[in-house]
Design a protein around this ligand. Structure first.
Ligand code: CA
Length: 695
């Protein structure tokens, strides 16, 4: 693994060198191709119609399209040729914490985010940075984020880039210039709300939820005017003070499912909508999932029980008014941090011979839900995780889980599976209409839950009521594993699965080329056949991957991109899982394509090259590349070393050391040792072979 990591580091380094190099002469034209005027024109075209229909070559919203299927119709890269796929460029984000973002691409421009809600605009063909925007989140807000200072990406609309920040601001940035257009505080000062999710667009409004339910807040989703940043509507997910009128009829009803208001009013009842947000243009509805209550322990927040609506629920609201149309509660009276915040994917499925407009979710609880999105009726729910201890099944008459005894840890500690990390968390899943399968980054692991006998509310920090020393046991005793699970949502059963050594693997993306892509916590980026789950391609990456991949096309070339950077919630207690596999902290956006389709100067050498050649590659780019050309391809009058005649090859090492008087070749012996010169020569020879082989 070490050697492979080194190789990829070298390749990454040299792709960057290639990019830096090209900004000299020939690429000035390319850079000009993406001037601010051009960006304005490109991003200005993203309106409601464009978002609704999309374009196969673009990836305009976090999960790729309004259906949030993460399915691409691009099919240049297929199950037949993916084995040839190579790294084309890499963009180091300069960070070493979790990267959860899925980049968006529109007509050759990429917008993505890194730690601390920093936004980057890149040339999607080369990885060259066009601009970046740092919202300058005060670092003390890192404490307010339960699960790392991550960000899952941006929304694009009519020339603006929208991003939520760790300190709960929503920003609109000029997509052409990277200058701030407007910003709003989505939460009151002094509260512990955070934003890590990607905003979505619905009819000229930008939608955003928030996190904070571990600390104690009242969850909500807000819609702001995209032009002005004015609040259009806000829908709360849990009731406010029951002695006063609630904001809506839905909340009046919800309030009746809570007991002991003194308890939950102290700190806010929770129920934050921190990830999924799906706008359904067909029904003009927005769907989102909500999380746990504060505290996790139900008797501490609602003594005497109750369903505690709308905790751990899926809600459908009117996109124009925020009025609640229907809800489905995944886990009534949640006691386990079973957020139902996971991605909500729309599809039309043939169920019992009838086409049904459905939404699908695989939340933490371990059951896969298919719901009629017009009515909110539960159509089916089946266990997708290998092991679920908290409930036997979902009763289709009531739509409620049939709980197992002893799992609410009323008296003593209980081992509960799934753990609070869930059988599936935020890591995006994908649905391929051609195979009819959903590809879930599934995970197996148990958690030890015990009430904290000394629990007292401490505003501004974790208030979950759990004895957190139990987490020690979780990390030590139940390491957990993960799978890429292909799930048939109609039959509600597994089609195939690929076992991974750890949990907390990357999200998935699927294509019309019969492919599924997924990165892993043990530092690999992998392609499988979508129908059978056969591994077809794999590349080592430096850091574990947790983000979801995406794909796009520019000038007839299909690219596949993914952010690599280990972190997020599980890294806090289970970081060892990735490190034990030889990965390191890091942050980089990696972009791949078929070498036969990309210009020669951009195509990198084989990432799996041996150690010597990889070392030579780094030495070459540090000592030779600036004159002789990146990738050992000369773009100028300086000799192309791949074409050196055999006599010169014999004295290669001497030339490096002593130079050639009277030419531009300076003596490099001061900086390059004899052994290093030999490594450089090995690399150049490899590039000579590459050229003969058409690489
Ligand atoms: Ca939670």
């Amino acid at each position: 693994m070490k050697r492979a990591s080194y190789a990829i580091a070298a390749v990454a380094g040299f792709a960057v060198a290639a990019v830096g190099f090209s900004s000299g002469a020939g690429a000035a034209d390319k850079a000009a191709g993406l001037s601010a005027e051009k960006l304005k024109e490109i991003t200005g075209k993203i309106d409601d119609a464009a978002l609704k229909t999309g374009a196969p070559g673009n990836w305009l919203t976090y999960n790729g399209s309004p259906s949030e299927q993460r399915f691409s119709t691009l099919d240049q890269i297929t199950d037949k040729n993916v084995g040839e796929m190579k790294l084309v460029w890499s963009f180091p984000t300069g960070t070493n914490r979790g990267l959860e973002a899925t980049p968006l691409v529109v007509d050759g421009v990429m917008y993505t985010t890194a730690n601390w809600s920093v936004v980057h605009a890149l040339d999607a063909k080369t990885g060259k940075e066009l601009w970046s925007y740092d919202p300058k989140v005060p670092k003390e807000h890192g404490h307010d984020a339960c699960c790392d200072v991550v960000n899952r990406g941006v929304a694009l609309y009519k020339g603006k880039v929208f991003v939520g920040t760790i300190d709960a601001r929503l920003l609109a940035i000029d997509a052409a210039t990277g200058k701030l257009a407007w910003e709003v505080a989505t939460a009151d000062k002094g509260t512990v709300y955070t934003i890590t999710g990607a905003p979505r667009i619905a009819n000229g409004k930008v939608l955003i939820g928030n996190g904070g339910a571990e600390y104690g807040v009242r969850g909500y989703v807000s819609a702001y005017d995209t032009e002005t940043g004015k609040l259009v509507w806000r829908v709360f997910t849990v009731p406010g003070d029951p002695s006063k009128p609630q904001e809506s009829k839905a909340l009046e009803d919800a309030a009746k499912t809570w007991k002991g208001a003194d308890e939950w009013l102290k700190r806010g009842a929770g129920g934050t909508a921190w990830d999924s947000l799906t706008y359904d243009p067909e029904l003009n509805q927005v769907y989102f999932g909500t999380g746990n209550g504060t505290a996790w322990v139900q008797e501490m927040r609602s003594p005497g029980g109750g369903d505690n609506l709308f905790l751990s629920s899926i809600l459908a609201v009117d996109a124009d008014s925020g009025e609640v149309k229907w809800h489905y509660q995944v886990v009534p009276g949640d006691n386990w941090d079973f957020d139902a915040c996971a991605q909500i994917t729309l599809a039309t499925l043939k169920i019992d011979g009838k086409d049904r407009k459905v939404l699908m979710q695989a939340p933490k609880s371990g059951f896969f839900y298919v719901i009629d999105r017009e009515t909110g009726k539960l159509l089916s729910a089946k266990q997708y995780a290998d092991k679920v201890t908290w409930a036997k099944a979902i009763d289709m008459k009531t739509g409620k889980p049939i709980e197992n005894a002893g799992q609410r840890y009323e008296k003593e500690m209980a081992i509960v599976q799934p753990s609070a990390f869930g059988a599936h968390n935020w890591h995006p899943m994908s649905f391929n209409p051609k195979t009819g399968l959903v590809y879930i980054p599934e995970q197996e692991g148990a958690g030890a839950l015990k009430k904290d006998p000394d629990f007292k509310v401490k505003p501004g920090t974790w208030n979950i009521g759990i004895d957190l020393t139990q987490f020690k046991g979780l990390n030590r005793d139940t390491k957990g594993t993960g799978k890429l699970l292909a799930w048939d949502p109609v039959k509600q059963k597994a089609a195939w699965a690929v076992q991974h050594p750890n949990l907390w693997n990357g999200g998935t993306m699927t294509t019309a080329g019969n492919l599924v892509f997924q990165g892993t916590s043990d530092g690999r980026f992998v392609a499988y056949s979508a129908d059978k789950g056969k591994k077809l391609w794999e590349a080592p990456v430096e850091s574990g991957i947790i983000a979801g991949p995406m794909t796009y096309e520019i000038d007839g070339v299909q690219y596949v991109s993914v952010s690599s950077g280990w972190g997020g919630a599980f890294a806090l207690v289970g970081g060892g899982a990735s490190a034990a596999s030889g990965t390191k902290p890091g942050g980089v956006v990696l972009t791949y394509a078929l070498p036969s389709k990309v210009p020669a100067a951009m195509a990198s050498a084989d990432p799996a090259v041996s150690g010597d050649i990889a070392k030579g590659e780094v030495l070459y780019h540090h000592n030779c590349g600036l004159c002789h050309g990146a990738n050992a391809i000369s773009g100028s009058g300086v000799p192309d070393l791949r074409h050196s005649n055999p006599d010169l090859q014999k004295v290669f090492v001497q030339i490096v050391e002593k130079g050639i008087p009277g030419t531009g070749m300076a003596p490099l012996g001061k900086w390059v040792s004899e052994d290093e010169a030999k490594l450089i020569q090995k690399y150049v020879q490899k590039r000579t072979e590459d050229e003969k082989a058409g690489r």
